[in-house]
Design a binder for this molecule. Structure first.
Ligand code: WTA
Length: 634
């Protein structure tokens, strides 16, 4: 049985085996892990419910597989290298033994604070080791972690805390990012004031020592509760299908939903995909630049690498600080072997000029990866030529918060590469294309809606507190299929190219943002009647946010109005959702049934005014001319 594919034949054989006998295939992958009780049945599934169960009847703890298992064989190996924001600050490193000890102690500290199996713990933290330690400590005791990206606003944080009915928030005092020092604890205090009634404690890690308001009834010092606790915490025996974490993500309608991943399937899938996609070898230094607040950080900074006994790196800062050479400097200094980042970062660094990347010795690199959004050919070529010196394979990995791990990707030096193509499905993944009526598209050289027809171990199980929403969002568009929300093209050889979302979800700098969320925030600004938000092509961000806004009465001061719109988005969601362009319009093009015709707005936003299409069926066709006339030239 092959756990790490090395050749094209390995891939073909593994793929065939995974389709012909998926249960045997995944049982073979699961065998190497420590189980407290072996599973009864590898897979039970039904996409109608949906009801998907992997390794049903098994009992395990994921941290035993991330830590205890390695302490015996590679206890002194570096598990985590932490690189701080300041370029001259020394790294912090943790061996597997040291990480094991910290996690066990913090697990005991959490227990002493009353956290129990099944409780939800929300993290609002910068990229510091205590975040990783905290997540693993939750998993150790069976508490469900829900990490909220520390760039979200107090309102967004509150929404997530309330939806998850979380008992504890864990945060830092401040967040150093580049030249900024952002007050994190203050945001948590603001969120709690918005009605998070279930929160009993706020555990604060004083990472910078800066001033903050301290509420003695509620606030607890991270370091103090670690004092004197026992050094071993018995790992909780979790059922295979017990939730491991909730991660909120944007959809086309309503508030973000809490995607739920469970223990065993997620574990097996994160480990298998990590090992194969990055071809990790025992002494490699692996670095993923994502924030742990997104799924990429969960699966490919924390769980995947630690499950495989890897050395994983975590970076506190930003790619532009102190200058655009920071990533390359870190790679040189730490002899990074696998580097995994987002197209938006590549484009931003590319725009700063080649001299930054050319200054550094990047010869340690073996594999380059991208994730989160489509990579355009120019950025792909720059990455290949300037970073990889035309010698290193690029893995353009396609996946989603809901998929738990990578589904479609080249395998480095195993399958071929075609720029902008995520290429072939991994073993266990059965993608298909359908047309809008749900008919299967069997030919190659065509575009369609990307669906998956068979469960893989990392598939989401539900959306927190609302299973019907999970069914409606992912399993109802086409019967018996998981619908991804993405459009894709399949080339003559069966490679997939992901074109982008076909629903009302934007992908701005690799961040998922729902148009409905942004519209809701804009509509809350004083003086706004209605708005419509669409994406438009943006050189660096991939997609920018274009807002068409109807104002109340005549507007005296457009700049003031725009400012208050931007402020409302900051407050309701966070700076990442700020519109790039705001156009005040007299009306929005609507169908006779009152639906906004976003197709027309998308055309206008992309600057493509010539080919708007038929507008005669609109309720108010005259408004289109009006909007076109006043659209800013990009
Ligand atoms: C997009 C991130 C093109 C896609 C792991 C998907 C991509 C959404 C790629 C999920 C890629 C992700 N090429 N598009 N390699 N990877 N996407 O949930 O539209 O933050 O549906 O998960 O990002 O974003 P999410």
């Amino acid at each position: 049985m092959v756990t790490q594919m090395k050749t094209l034949d390995d891939y073909k054989n593994a793929y065939k085996a995974s389709v012909e006998n998926p249960e045997q295939f995944w049982a073979d992958q699961a065998d190497k892990f420590v189980w407290k009780k072996r599973w009864d049945k590898v897979l039970k599934w039904d996409f109608k419910g949906p009801d998907v169960r992997w390794f049903d009847g098994g009992k395990l703890n994921i941290t035993e597989n991330c830590l205890d298992r390695h302490v015996e064989v590679r206890g002194d190996k570096t598990a985590l290298i932490w690189v701080g924001n300041e370029p001259d600050a020394p790294n912090k490193t943790y061996t597997y033994k040291e990480l094991f000890l910290k996690v066990n102690k913090f697990a005991n500290a959490l227990k002493a604070q009353g956290v129990k199996k099944g409780d939800r713990v929300v993290f609002y933290m910068p990229m510091i080791p205590e975040l990783m330690i905290g997540m693993l400590a939750c998993a150790r005791i069976g508490a469900i972690h829900s990490i909220v990206f520390a760039g979200f606003s107090a309102q967004s944080l509150a929404d997530r805390i309330i939806d998850a009915e979380a008992k504890v928030v864990i945060c830092s005092d401040y967040n150093r990012r580049g030249a900024k020092n952002i007050p994190v604890k203050t945001v948590v205090d603001e969120a709690l004031a918005l009605g998070c009634k279930t929160i009993e404690k706020v555990i604060v890690y004083k990472s910078t020592g800066g001033d903050m308001v301290w509420n003695p009834d509620m606030d607890v010092d991270y370091c103090k509760i670690m004092d004197g606790v026992a050094e071993f915490c018995e790992p909780e025996a979790m059922e295979s299908e017990d939730p491991l974490f909730i991660l909120y993500t944007s959809g086309s309608t309503g508030k973000p939903k809490g995607v739920v991943h469970t223990t065993a399937g997620y574990m097996v899938f994160a480990a298998y995909t990590f090992k194969n996609v990055f071809q990790y070898q025992e002494n490699d230094i692996y670095w993923c630049t994502a924030d742990i607040g997104w799924v990429t950080g969960h699966s490919y900074i924390v769980y995947g690498p630690l499950l495989e006994g890897a050395t994983t790196m975590m970076f506190e800062g930003v790619p532009s600080y102190p200058d655009a050479g920071r990533f390359w400097d870190i790679i040189e200094k730490n002899k990074v072997t696998q580097f995994y980042t987002a197209p938006t970062a590549i484009r931003a660094l590319m725009a700063e000029g080649d001299e930054f990347v050319e200054k550094y010795d990047l010869s340690s690199l073996k594999v380059l990866g991208t994730v989160g959004e489509p990579i355009n050919e120019e950025a792909w070529m720059w990455y290949f030529e300037k970073v990889g010196k035309r010698a290193k394979p690029i893995v353009d990995t396609w996946w989603q918060t809901e998929t738990g791990g990578i589904l479609i990707t080249p395998l480095p030096l195993i399958t071929d590469m075609r720029p902008t193509f995520a290429s072939y499905p991994l073993p266990g993944v059965q993608p298909i294309l359908v047309d809008p009526a749900g008919n299967l598209i069997t030919e190659n050289g065509v575009e369609g809606l990307l669906c998956i027809k068979f469960p893989w171990p990392g598939i989401l199980r539900t959306t927190w507190g609302d299973h019907v929403r999970c069914r409606q969002t992912y399993f109802s568009a086409f019967p018996d299929l998981y619908f991804t929300g993405d459009g894709a093209r399949r080339d003559e050889d069966g490679r997939y190219r992901i074109i982008g979302r076909v629903d009302d979800v934007l992908n701005v700098s690799g961040h998922r943002i729902g148009t409905a969320e942004v519209e809701n925030a804009i509509n809350m600004a004083p003086g706004v009647v209605e708005s419509a938000v669409v994406g438009f092509p943006h050189d660096i961000k991939g997609q920018g946010i274009y807002a068409f806004v109807i104002a109340q009465g005549s507007v005296d001061n457009i700049d003031e109005l725009k400012k208050s719109i931007i402020n409302s988005v900051r407050v309701e969601i966070g700076p990442i959702a700020k519109p790039d362009i705001i156009q005040i319009v007299p009306g929005l093009p609507k169908t006779r049934s009152g639906k906004i015709m976003r197709r027309i707005l998308r055309k206008i936003a992309s600057g493509d005014m010539s080919n708007i299409g038929d507008i005669s069926t609109l309720l108010n066709p005259e408004v289109v001319e009006e909007i076109k006339k006043n659209a800013p030239t990009l």
